[in-house]
Design a protein around this ligand. Structure first.
Ligand SMILES: Cc1cc2nc3c(=O)[nH]c(=O)nc-3n(C[C@H](O)[C@H](O)[C@H](O)COP(=O)(O)O)c2cc1C
Length: 250
């Protein structure tokens, strides 16, 4: 089993990367081969609106026709069993790099034909780890859950279950004393980082475990597998963490 994590933060070792590392540790605990890629290391653009993926007789099968640094990453993602994306919230959305990647990952699978909802015929379980500076109690009021749900629904176009986890009130600087940031209470931020962020990282770990379990059930089917002596039946896949069914449809 392959689990790929993609970091949309320009910072390789900050909050989002930490969440993703925990997610990959969860995947590794289920025996997955893991890899973390930072989008800041790649030079690529968003969808070029070429519509190659929507042409009659197109053989792109959910793959983006544009060729640049994102191409090998997209191939790797579509060849993985589990993909976990991570992004900070920037001005109320994911980062520009992550948005560009989402366009290239998801839109080619979105079918414009009535007969078929998706073009990609594989099955990838997907997760999303969101980080943000905003305190927890404002996240709902800011309307962020609608975006999380919309992305979850888009990612289901990759054929598997999709889930997300959220880490708010992120500790943003290594030394608050050096920044003009009196809007924030540094002591409260430090408390959140020490007490709450580790729990949110554990949620990222658990999410990846659940996504891996959902992939493990597929090849043999639960009945036959349960009857084979010497094999442990995988636990029942959990409902998506952070979101149930029924989100907006693209
Ligand atoms: C350009 C920019 C825009 C941001 N916009 C928001 C925002 O709209 N809402 C929010 O809660 N935090 C916002 N933040 C804070 C980041 O989401 C937060 O620091 C995040 O945890 C950074 O992730 P990282 O530590 O992995 O880089 C913004 C930060 C930057 C640099």
């Amino acid at each position: 089993m392959k689990a790929l994590a993609i970091n949309g933060s320009p910072r390789r070792g900050a909050n989002t990367a930490t969440m993703l590392r925990h997610a990959l540790a969860g995947a590794a605990s289920r025996g997955a081969e893991t890899k973390l890629v930072h989008l800041r290391d790649l030079s690529f653009s968003g969808c070029a609106s070429c519509f190659a993926c929507k042409r009659k007789g197109a053989r792109t099968e959910g793959r983006c026709a544009l060729r640049d640094d994102a191409t090998p990453l997209l191939d790797e993602a579509l060849g993985s069993d589990v993909v976990v994306l991570g992004s900070p919230m920037y001005l109320g959305g994911v980062t520009g790099a992550m948005k560009s990647l989402l366009e290239r990952l998801v839109f080619p699978s979105l079918s414009y034909d009535v007969a078929d909802r998706r073009c990609f015929k594989g099955r990838i379980a997907t997760g999303f780890a969101y980080t943000m500076g905003m305190p927890h109690d404002l996240v709902e009021r800011a309307g962020y859950p609608a975006l999380f749900e919309a992305n979850r629904s888009y990612l289901e176009l990759l054929g598997g279950p999709s889930a997300y986890v959220v880490a708010a009130d992120a500790y943003q600087f290594d030394d608050y004393a050096r920044y003009a940031a009196s809007n924030f209470d540094e002591r409260e931020k430090a408390r959140v980082r020490a007490e709450r962020f580790p729990r949110e990282c554990e949620e990222a770990y658990a999410m990846a475990v659940a996504l891996c379990e959902s992939s493990e059930v597929r090849p043999l089917g639960p009945v036959r597998r349960a009857n084979r002596p010497g094999m442990q039946r995988p636990s029942t896949p959990r409902a998506p963490i952070g979101g149930g069914p029924g989100g907006p449809r693209p």
